[in-house]
Design a protein around this ligand. Structure first.
Ligand SMILES: [Zn+2]
Length: 161
């Protein structure tokens, strides 16, 4: 499992989980990757990753180097060097993602409808998760419905244990 630090042109940063560098490149090429905040598909890897650079000996990358990283470029070794800090962060993130999956009901594509019904008191409020497009999320936000785009690792999405 590979955790890549990704960024969209708006500067949103998020983590993507991939089985390999190739997996990342393929998903990117097929347009499967998008920013969870603004749904931009213009995603690139961050070379500078201060959050994951704990204990790194490497000098910080200059931000100006990173705008157009080609898929397949080698990542700085600090991102997948297997340091204790990175492993701890990966575990922590995985636990959070598992907790989200465990404590929410998957309503799939009905997410926007369900969230809206709860917001307007047509249904009891419950913790749900599901898929929503960027347009749907923005429409919900405009109506004051509190929803949070989260990148849940694919491997966890159907894990109901
Ligand atoms: Zn974005």
């Amino acid at each position: 499992m590979k955790v890549l630090d990704l960024q969209c042109p708006m500067g949103h940063r998020f983590e993507g989980w991939f089985s390999s560098e190739n997996d990342f490149a393929q998903q990117l090429n097929r347009g499967l990757l998008e920013c969870p905040f603004c749904a931009s598909k213009d995603i690139h890897k961050c070379l500078s990753a201060p959050r994951l650079n704990l204990g790194a000996h490497k000098p910080a990358e200059s931000p100006s180097q990173s705008p157009a990283v080609q898929a397949g470029d080698a990542m700085p070794s600090t991102l997948h060097g297997g340091s204790d800090a990175i492993q701890a962060l990966q575990r922590a993130w995985l636990e959070i993602a598992k907790a989200v999956v465990r404590n929410t009901t998957d309503v799939g594509e009905h997410f926007a409808d369900e969230a809206r019904k709860m917001h307007y008191g047509e249904k009891p409020v419950a913790a749900i998760r599901g898929q929503a497009s960027a347009e749907q999320v923005h429409a919900l936000w405009d109506e004051g419905v509190e929803v949070l785009p989260l990148p849940i690792p694919d491997g966890l999405k159907n894990d109901l244990h």
